[in-house]
Design a protein around this ligand. Structure first.
Ligand SMILES: *Cc1c(COP(=O)(O)O)cnc(C)c1O
Length: 409
């Protein structure tokens, strides 16, 4: 390879984030490049969840008054600095899908009747469009897609709200959050930012970017665990008045007054719905404690250095085998490398997984490799590239067992 293993090891010696790796429980012999789909397990998560199991056993229902009930707001405040938000602006609850529905209802309830369109980003992660379509069926709004290569400014006529991903889940393209937010607001519309592939992947500055609404998940780069609850952000000055449409009892101004009529809580709590999993919050809490120590600029620098190292190691091979590298330029990139081979992409990813190199595959033809600076070393990246090279050069991916499709890819 054009880059030596010694060089990768040199980079590891200079890495200010190197100490985080041992705080993750990674299986032996696995090179995990899929933290963009499900983050690895923080060592502290096992003990935290174990303590909560004990608490359930010993304290029974009293546990709700011992940190379970207010976990959505408490953990929201913990996450806030990681995404450039302030205390009281973030609540951890439900999943992205439900949080989008709630925000669509809340925002359209606040804006004038002249705006009847909900705009989704064509080519975005499907649930973002699906839920907007479902919302429009009950609200009577019209739903439209922004064409994948469309100019946003030309599609904002009559739009109440547009949903955009800061980092695109397929290509890894990073949108200019400041300029885009300004553009949407200048057209009198609102934007909900989806941070699924940016929170924990790079520095995000919601307050500094003029953002009013955002959602994101905690089970990808934030390592909250499988099915960990998502987050929802509303800027402080947009939390006044209004309902969100999933008006459940935990979002009520007085949930234990058991009043017949709904009255929304006056703050971010209104975006809660009903009873949540105390166990899931504890696993996430263990991870968020670690995020409080992370220098986000160092994270960004390492992320880009790793994705560049991977690309550099493979450049000649990709050329020779007609595999297309659609990864955007560093400044316009999230934390992933995206390679396209419509014929063999799926099989190559399966052959890599069989060797313990875990990336993932998205139709059509896309191989995704996520780079998580807290638990990957430069040597890991180098070794993953070596495996990729061997799989492609040897033709090992052509084996029939690598062509079989599983339910989750
Ligand atoms: C992963 C992801 C989701 C997941 O939504 P859930 O409701 O949490 O399952 C949504 N949007 C984007 C852009 C994603 O990448």
């Amino acid at each position: 390879m054009s880059v030596s293993l010694d060089h990768a090891r040199d980079l590891d010696r200079q890495d200010p984030l190197a100490g985080f790796k041992r705080r993750f429980a990674l299986p032996e012999g696995v090179l995990y490049l899929d933290g963009n789909s499900l983050g690895a397990q923080p060592v502290a998560a096992r003990e935290a969840v174990g303590e909560t199991l004990d608490q359930w056993r010993d304290e029974l229902i009293k546990g709700w008054n011992q940190g379970w009930f207010d976990a959505p707001e408490r953990l929201g405040d913990r996450l806030a600095p990681v995404i450039g938000a302030a205390d009281g602006e973030v609540v951890i609850t439900d999943n992205i899908t439900l949080n989008l529905f709630k925000l669509l209802g809340y925002i359209t309830g606040r804006c004038g009747d002249g705006r009847r369109v909900v705009l989704s980003e064509g080519g975005n992660f499907p649930t973002d469009g699906y839920i907007a379509q479902g919302f429009c069926r009950v609200s009577g709004h019209a739903h439209r897609f922004l064409p994948e290569d469309g100019e946003l400014a030309e599609h904002l006529e009559g739009v109440a709200v547009v949903v955009l991903s800061q980092v695109h889940y397929r290509t890894g393209r990073l949108r200019d959050m400041v300029a885009t937010t300004r553009l949407v607001h200048a057209h009198g519309a609102e934007v909900i930012w989806d941070l699924a592939h940016s929170a924990g992947a790079l520095p995000v500055d919601l307050n500094g970017s003029g953002v009013r609404y955002a959602v994101g998940c905690t089970y990808k780069y934030l390592n909250g665990g499988p099915g960990a609850p998502a987050f929802l952000y509303v800027r402080r000055d947009h939390q006044d008045g209004g309902w969100q449409p999933l008006s459940g009892w935990h979002g009520h101004a007085a949930p234990f007054a058991f009043e017949p009529d709904y009255a929304p809580a006056g703050d971010i709590t209104r975006f809660r719905t009903g009873t949540h999993s105390a166990l899931a919050y504890r696993a996430l809490e263990a991870s968020l404690a670690m995020w409080a120590e992370v220098d986000m600029q160092a994270l960004r620098d390492k992320s880009l250095a790793m994705s560049e190292l991977f690309r550099e190691c493979l450049a000649d091979l990709l050329d020779a085998h007609g595999i297309e590298d659609i990864t955007p330029a560093p400044a316009a990139r999230g934390s992933q490398v995206s390679l396209v081979d419509t014929e063999s992409g799926y099989a190559i990813v399966q052959a890599l997984i069989a060797r313990g190199v875990i990336g993932d595959y998205r139709e059509p033809g896309l191989m995704r490799f996520g780079f998580t600076p807290l638990y990957l070393s430069f040597e890991d990246v180098w070794q993953a590239a070596r495996h990729f090279r061997e799989v492609v050069e040897s033709g090992a991916y052509r084996e029939p067992r690598f062509q079989v499709r599983a339910a989750v890819t």
